[in-house]
Ligand binder design. Sequence first.
Ligand SMILES: O=C[C@H](O)[C@H](O)[C@H](O)COP(=O)(O)O
Length: 226
Amino acid sequence: MDNRDLEKQIAAREAVKFIRQNDIVGLGTGSTAFFAIQEIALLVKNGLKIKGVPTSENTAALAVSLGIELLPLEEVKGIDITIDGADEFDEQLNLVKGGGGALFREKIVASLTKNEIIIADSGKLVKQLGKFKVPVEVVPLALNYVLQQLAELNGKGEVRMKDNARFITDNHNIIVDADFGLITDATGLAESLNRIEGVLAHGLFVQLASKVIMGKGTQTIIYAKN
Ligand SMILES: O=C[C@H](O)[C@H](O)[C@H](O)COP(=O)(O)O
């Protein structure tokens, strides 16, 4: 395992300590959340009773293969704790997510969650968001309109591709990765993106995380809401 994976793993091990018996647990998506799902599966094998809520089809398949019982997102009214990854975060706990295209379900799960814990390796911490382009999930018919609106916000949007075709999300939409440069006002930008018709969700997560647990070397550093 390389150093970044080790950092992800120790952050995941720390995060699962916050799960309690009978919790409803949001299961994140991506290479970092993967470690948390594995740790949760171990706890379940050892007698922990929880129900998982997946944030993507990939995560659902992984969780089922590891013996974690799932609840469908549309049936859930509240989630006790979610453990998810991020593409970058700042010390105010603002995040960019969606590098794997799972941002819409991740945002719904985060919004239903009491305790949203983000786990990350030390390469994800930034002074200011914006190094990682902001993923925007777009209903395909609205693509040109959304690109124009992003340009009005000084964002340069590019349709995400995979294997020479448009990347398609679990919700049958496309992703535009938008470059806004360094983001000085994450709240303002998030609100502007929310107002664009045709945008299903965007990867700016503001005021949604309760803590970020970051692995650094062999230690963890916790950034928590004041
Ligand atoms: O859409 C994907 C998610 O937002 C991921 O949590 C995010 O991209 C981080 O992924 P990773 O842990 O693989 O860096």
